[in-house]
Ligand binder design. Structure first.
Ligand code: NAP
Length: 248
């Protein structure tokens, strides 16, 4: 266990599995108390919490749909009531859908944007008010390399992540004078269920495009989030840090 985040309270949306789980474990390893938000899979959330406890860390699971402003408001006010503060907000919850743009439905746009982008608004809007009172805070948004450069067959997803990048830069400018830092991590291909649709051949083909010759692991993202959450990054705000093994 390290102690870079001892005494800090962190909320990680979509913290039950995949990249969110990797982030939760790294934050806990550095001493943060971690609230593991999830939408439906309480089993995975509980298993992640058990791992946190095995590390000697503290935390709890909290079920809420980030696309609902009211659910986010209640979740955040309950966390504040119990712990008195949220020092670190990691907006990680997200979904993707692969397919041609012409086959996309209005509901696809609404679903992806409501979770990936409005979810970031919903949590940030409710947390910032408390961070302003404390005079300190770090918000870390999980974007995607496709938000930087756009991906064929992931047009709506790319739009949602491009929105996160601009949101991050703009909010960082507005909140910098209040000592609240806002950054994003922009992952490349990370080995999670989000990529489970790929067959062996797809995976091998994709890997050939990655200079570091491997998919990223959740811990690679978790380590960067710890850095952005900690005092080690005190003079960094408004940045989109791409972690993609050199792919783009
Ligand atoms: P994942 O394995 O599919 O996990 C998604 C997580 O988000 C789960 O904990 C899920 O909880 C939660 N979630 C989904 N909808 C939610 C909602 N409406 N409210 C609250 N929680 C919700 O995904 P991942 O691959 O770890 O991706 C995590 C983030 O990284 C996403 O923002 C994604 O866009 C981004 N990203 C991933 C990759 C990659 O290669 N994997 C690359 C770039 C960026 P439940 O299971 O309870 O629904």
């Amino acid at each position: 266990m390290g102690n870079k985040l001892t005494g800090k309270v962190a909320l990680v949306t979509g913290g039950s599995r995949g990249i969110g789980k990797g982030i939760v474990l790294e934050l806990a390893r550095e001493g943060a108390t971690v609230i593991i938000n999830y939408k439906q899979d309480s089993n995975s959330a509980q298993k992640t919490l058990e791992l946190v406890k095995k590390l000697g860390g503290y935390g709890e699971c909290y079920k809420a749909d980030v696309s609902s402003y009211s659910e986010c408001k209640v979740m955040i006010s309950n966390i504040i009531k119990k712990y008195g503060k949220i020092d670190v907000l990691v907006n990680n919850a997200g979904i993707s859908k692969i397919g041609l743009f012409i086959d996309a439905k209005q509901e696809d746009w609404d679903n992806i944007l409501n979770i990936n982008l409005k979810g970031v608004f919903n949590c940030s809007h409710n947390v910032v008010i408390h961070m302003l009172h404390k005079g300190v805070g770090s918000i870390i948004n999980i974007s995607s390399m496709w938000g930087n450069v756009g991906a064929s067959c992931e047009v709506i997803y790319s739009a949602s992540k491009g929105g996160i990048n601009s949101f991050t830069k703009a909010l960082a400018k507005e909140l910098g004078p209040s000592n609240i830092r806002v950054n994003a991590v922009s992952p490349g291909v990370i080995d999670t269920e989000m990529n489970s649709w790929m067959c062996k051949e797809d995976r091998e083909e994709l890997m050939e495009e990655i200079p570091l010759c491997r998919f990223g692991q959740c811990i690679d993202i978790g380590k960067a989030v710890v850095f952005l959450a900690s005092d080690d990054s005190n003079y960094i705000t408004g940045q989109i840090i791409t972690i993609d093994g050199g792919m783009i």
